[in-house]
Design a protein around this ligand. Sequence first.
Ligand code: HXC
Length: 262
Amino acid sequence: MSDVAPSVIVELEHGVAVLTVNRPAALNALNSTVLLELEQAIAALAADPALRVLIVTGAGSKSFIAGADIVEMSGYTPQAARRFATLGHRVLAALEALPVPVIAAVNGFCLGGGCELALACDLIYAADNARFGQPEVNLGLMPGFGGTQRLARRIGAARAAELIYTARQVKAEEARTIGLALEVYPNAELLQKVRELAAGIASKGPVAVRAAKLAIARGLDAPLSVGNALEVEAFANLFDSADAREGMIAFVEKRTAQFRNA
Ligand code: HXC
């Protein structure tokens, strides 16, 4: 285990990294320091050739991330607020742009900037005590780390608008019903379940998994015809990879493929 920074802990084992936001006394709220440490940790992960899947979670059993730090924001001028929102966007964009699948293991409060961080992950799994929400209007604020954009894209504009306008907190089971969380597990089992899922993904052809992630992400930003053309290109390019040859030959030879990430 290596401490990348005091409020962000990263462990990497067998290709699966777990990044823990570690500020439990403030329910893992994101202040500028935590965001900068996150940025540093994400940059290190992006440069790590051993990384296959990233899991993001929060320290303690009560909270994933309870939002941006309200105490810090309470002293902001508009200029400081713009810098803070821009920093948050930069960090979440870097998280989203990691070439490997990123999974949020939501172990409690997932509010405001915390929900926005989860939305920058490919997959969201929830503990049974999870609470999702964009409660910024309670503070006279609005989402500022991408919530108006990514929540609308994830669950539809009308449901996103409802959650943002009302500040309503959504329990885990409802989060699953509306497509925010994929599955709900008992809190004590969440990380193990997500680790098992991540290990399964890590055992697949890594070049193919990365290509699929990129095709999904690029396609979502493009018209369907462009996305489909991107997919054809990405699919064809995989036939240049040793792993695709190995995967198909292993099937024919009735053995388990030995992928080499090449
Ligand atoms: C700073 C926070 C915090 C936050 C919790 N804490 N959330 N500090 N920023 N977002 C601190 C509390 O002040 C408290 O510190 C400690 O964590 C424990 O929290 P409690 O409130 O005592 O716990 P509990 O009663 O269980 O209530 C949990 C809670 C509540 C429902 C999650 O803490 C809460 O409503 N938090 C704020 C949630 C929120 O509004 N998030 C959105 C923020 S705006 P002390 O020192 O008293 O022990 C946002 C904008 C993003 O995220 C975009 C920015 C550009």
